[in-house]
Design a protein around this ligand. Structure first.
Ligand code: NDP
Ligand code: MG
Length: 403
């Protein structure tokens, strides 16, 4: 069988590095076509030397020139491209088979859409793209015969727990998962983040260092803060609604601090299917790369005796209002989820820069959501306008807070 050529958007990040680790275990099955990043020259240079992609892309022009010089000096044949549009180019190139969408935040939207439009197998880590463009991305997948496979560990777990034929429909977006009569509910697990048991009074004083220290997963900074506010779980509810064609009412968020069960599907005969494993993103990545076959990921098997116990509790939406905000946004419509995502990105950046506090994050988001359009956009231009408006409103909120 011909090797699958893989493009990784966001190769230097946490998901990108894990993806390369899995690919390196299967040289007969996959080759690396393109690697992209924002401006991380050193990491991308080392990755190019190891994997010899046809293209390397850095969005930042100065960084791209530095990478070009360094690769030239070692006689590499990798072609270096610069700028945002190059991301779309490599994501949709005829020679690419699979695209790992692992850019952080809304910056991943256009290249992810480009990959879907080119009919690729899209491995979706970049949940923000789906939160922003749920209807458009799902329609694009169906229209151009792409495949959309979830990388987010919970959604990958749900995908694994669905009946086979339903999973197949979900990947091609025929929206049948939610309609499979036998599936009653989806149980979306959450670790609860580092502040699960902190009292409300203490949360206002949380520092960026405390917020990014996730108890179970090593991830990029933004998603680590999202996990601490539970916005990550909110974004994941929206993500699950689009991926599996269900409503928030069909999803129950359960806090499971051990993070051994990655999510569950509850059936009409009383069965609950759970997917378990060590918390290591190489498992969902390998599952999506190999699907429908299973391939080795490098993750050690779960030691259930050592895992010992599974605890479950309800999320507390007084201390973590972001979860409820995201569910409300999805009920309101696509414009509201664009506003939610844009406001959250600005709020998290401001929190990391120590210009706003941890409990300001939900306040800012709730305010910015108020001014979103109603309904759900199906045109890219409308999505981009709402995104820009909400980012502006959120930045203004931060400025006002500083004075
Ligand atoms: P990281 O911050 O570790 O990596 C982000 C990657 O995106 C880097 O390669 C970075 O390049 C690149 N990037 C950042 N900004 C831009 C931009 N404006 N344009 C182009 N490229 C950019 O993030 P993670 O790997 O943790 O997360 C990536 C995505 O996967 C997120 O959407 C996250 O929600 C999702 N995800 C992550 C999980 C995890 O375990 N990490 C789990 C589930 C989902 P550079 O290095 O040059 O800055
Ligand atoms: Mg997740």
């Amino acid at each position: 069988m011909k090797r699958k050529a893989v493009t990784i958007l966001g190769a230097t990040g946490s998901i990108g590095v894990s993806t390369l680790d899995v690919l390196a275990r299967h040289p007969a099955q996959f080759n690396v076509f393109a690697l992209t990043a924002f401006n991380n020259v050193a990491t991308l240079f080392a990755q190019c030397q190891q994997f010899n992609p046809v293209y390397a892309v850095l969005v930042d022009e100065v960084a791209a020139e530095q990478l070009r010089q360094r690769l030239l000096a070692v006689g590499s044949a990798t072609i270096v491209l610069a700028g945002k549009t190059s991301l779309e180019q490599v994501a949709s190139e005829a020679r690419t088979d699979y695209v790992m969408a692992a850019i952080m935040g809304g910056a991943g939207l256009l290249p992810t859409l480009a990959a879907a439009k080119a009919g690729k197998r899209v491995l979706l880590a970049n949940k923000e793209a789906l939160v922003m463009s749920g209807r458009l991305l799902m329609d694009t997948v169906a229209k151009y015969g792409a495949e959309l496979l979830p990388i987010d560990s919970e959604h990958n777990a749900i995908f694994q727990c669905l009946p086979n034929s339903t999973a197949e429909h979900a990947a091609k977006n025929t929206h049948s998962a939610g309609r499979a009569a036998s599936v009653e509910r989806i149980l979306l697990t959450a670790s609860g983040g580092p502040f699960r048991s902190w009292p409300l009074e203490k949360l206002a004083k949380v520092t960026p260092v405390q917020a990014v220290a996730h108890p179970k997963w090593r991830m990029g900074q933004k998603i680590s803060v999202d996990s601490a506010t539970l916005m990550n779980k909110g974004l994941e509810v929206v993500e699950a609604c689009w991926l599996f064609g269900v409503t928030p009412a069909q999803i129950e968020v359960v806090v499971h601090p051990q993070s051994t069960i990655h999510s569950m599907v509850s059936y009409n005969d009383g069965s609950v299917m759970a997917q378990m494993g060590n918390p290591d993103m190489r498992t969902p990545i390998a599952y999506a790369l190999g699907w429908p076959a299973r391939i080795q990921s490098g993750v050690a098997p779960l030691d259930v005796i050592a895992a010992g116990r599974f605890d479950f509790e309800r999320p507390d939406d007084k201390r973590f209002p972001c979860l409820r905000l995201a569910m409300e946004a999805h009920e309101t419509g696509g414009y509201a989820t664009i506003a939610l995502n844009a406001a959250n990105e600005i709020a998290v950046a401001a929190f990391l820069a120590q210009t706003i506090g941890f409990m300001d994050i939900p306040l800012l988001i709730a305010d910015v959501m108020q001014s979103a359009e109603t309904g759900t956009p199906d045109k890219l231009d409308d999505i981009i306008i709402q995104d820009e408006d909400s980012r502006r409103a959120a930045s203004f909120w931060v400025k006002k807070k500083m004075h």
